[in-house]
Design a protein around this ligand. Structure first.
Ligand SMILES: Cc1cc2nc3c(=O)[nH]c(=O)nc-3n(C[C@H](O)[C@H](O)[C@H](O)COP(=O)(O)OP(=O)(O)OC[C@H]3O[C@@H](n4cnc5c(N)ncnc54)[C@H](O)[C@@H]3O)c2cc1C
Length: 473
């Protein structure tokens, strides 16, 4: 873009949002340019922070007129480099963090209307304040925004019971790539009036438009939520335990997380103050959450009898049932600290995959064996939302091998893992999306027909290609 037109665009942005909300200084822009893992830093023309939907629309319209790319950004906790610009320095980063109002809560309709920049934890707190539950929950909830959650269709720890972010949203307000506002903020559970546009924007990673607000579903707050950690022999036993609990507890089972012994070893090494629930080391652990809208007693007797049955049948080796809220938090902290412990221990090769739940034990055996053969001594860090068929199958270097040196094998490790995932009927991205990091992998595993339809949608909604270019496709 010519210098004069750049100046004109920036002047227009300042006129729309106020000069204090257009950042052009390199040092001030730096925090908006780096990905969460700190592996990559892009370059932008400016960071613009609008206050409301009208300002977002005006900024996008100005960028469209100037043919300048727009990179929507929420809390920047995404793990695939979706919310940072490329190195060209030609894009405007559009931070939604000032659109952070809770517009309305409708208790009778069980809905809440929020702006895209609301932090997830604030939404959870507002729902709780109204005596209800917004069930989306993930370790980044203190920083990630609902706009980012919707745009990545985030999962988290309660998908088993409540579904992904997609299932938790009824309506959207979106600024399209032409700078027009689509008023789709409907609080309807039934609406068969043609194409489901909402579904297009959810999971689109900011490539089709900017989400500015959403109508979210609320649920009755459970009267009791119980947590247990169960020690297991193998992933196969974890699968059996999951089946047993689903049969016995039905919708009361709200979380089922698998963690290998190596994951908890990492957490213990990096965060020694966290609890160590078992005296012995076991090969696998399942973190279970049971919720009840009836009573604490109901949840207790259901969980105790189910785990008792699992222990009696040899499905489980040992179990710890949290007897206080604090103990429950302590057990969840173990799970939540796995990504942090990995980050503290050094770089590793990450995979966020999903599989039919029934395939998971065989997949883990096959992937562990194939990687051991190719990279003897490498250390799989396997954990995830087993109840949803979602594994974080990460690979740390063999002891003594330098982390950066091991990362040079990333493509070969990805190939082994993703080929196996594909062969098992799985997906190479369960939660985190495609962004830039998995773009080539997506092109490898999606069929030409599917890719063609995706490109057609992108071209129809964003013919100038200004909306988060280079992401997904
Ligand atoms: C410690 C940790 C734990 C995590 N755990 C989970 C987990 O359990 N489950 C899970 O699914 N993810 C998890 N994540 C990933 C991340 O938190 C989610 O992807 C989250 O939804 C991103 O939200 P964000 O606001 O940070 O979005 P960003 O990172 O800012 O953006 C993500 C993508 O959405 C686009 N975007 C952002 N806002 C908008 C908007 N308003 N309109 C249009 N596009 C937009 C961006 O362009 C980008 O492509 C975790 C991340 C961390 C760091």
């Amino acid at each position: 873009m010519a210098e004069g037109s750049t100046d004109a665009l920036l002047a227009r942005c300042r006129a729309i949002v106020g000069a204090g909300h257009v950042i052009t200084d390199d040092a001030d822009m730096a925090p908006f340019m780096a990905d969460w893992r700190g592996r990559y830093s892009g370059r932008g023309l400016a960071v613009v922070l609008p206050l409301d939907t009208a300002q977002v629309a005006a900024i996008v319209a100005a960028c469209a007129a100037a043919r300048v790319p727009v990179v929507p950004q929420g809390g920047r906790t995404g793990l695939v480099m979706g919310s940072v610009p490329d190195l060209s320095g030609s894009a405007i980063v559009l931070s939604l963090r000032r659109l952070n109002r809770i517009r309305a809560i409708d208790p009778a309709n069980r809905t809440m209307t929020v702006e895209a920049g609301c932090i997830l934890a604030d939404i959870q707190a507002a729902a709780e304040g109204a005596g209800m539950l917004y069930p989306l929950s993930l370790a980044a909830e203190g920083s990630c925004t609902i706009g980012g959650n919707l745009s990545t269709n985030a999962g988290g720890t309660a998908v088993l019971r409540y579904g992904n972010t997609r299932e938790l949203c009824l309506g959207l307000e979106v600024v399209n790539p032409q700078g027009e506002v689509w008023e789709g903020l409907r609080g309807l559970r039934k609406d068969n009036t043609g194409y489901a546009l909402r579904e297009l924007f959810i999971g689109a990673e900011g490539t089709l438009g900017v989400i500015t607000a959403a109508v979210l579903k609320l649920y009755p707050a459970p009267r009791a939520a119980l947590t247990a950690l169960v020690a297991l022999e193998s992933p196969r036993h974890a699968l059996e335990l999951l089946g047993l609990l689903q049969t016995r507890c039905g919708a009361a089972l709200t979380g089922f997380e698998l963690m290998s012994a190596f994951c908890l070893d990492l957490v213990a090494a990096q965060f020694p103050a966290l609890p160590r629930p078992f005296a012995d080391r076991h090969p696998q652990y399942a973190l279970i959450e049971l919720s009840s809208t009836e009573s604490d007693q109901h949840a207790h007797s259901l969980l105790e009898s189910s785990i008792g049955e699992a222990l009696g049948a040899g499905v489980a080796r040992d179990a710890v049932l949290a007897t206080s809220q604090q103990q429950a938090l302590g057990l969840w902290r173990l799970r939540e600290h796995i990504p942090l412990a990995q980050a503290a221990a050094g770089k590793n090769i990450k995979h966020d995959i999903s599989l039919p739940v029934s395939e998971i034990p065989d997949f883990i055996l096959a992937a562990d064996a194939a990687l051991e053969q190719a990279f003897p001594g490498c250390q799989p860090v396997t954990f995830g939302h087993l109840g949803d068929g979602n594994l974080h199958y990460n690979v740390a270097p063999p002891v003594g091998v330098e982390h950066d040196a091991f990362l040079t094998h990333q493509a070969a490790v990805n190939r082994i893992v993703h080929d196996l995932v594909h062969a098992c009927g799985g997906s190479i991205s369960a939660e985190h999306g495609i962004g830039v990091l998995k773009r080539e992998e997506l092109a490898r595993y999606k069929s030409p027909v599917e890719l063609g339809m995706m490109r057609a949608i992108k071209a129809a909604l964003d013919p100038l290609g200004i909306m988060n270019p280079g992401k997904i496709l």
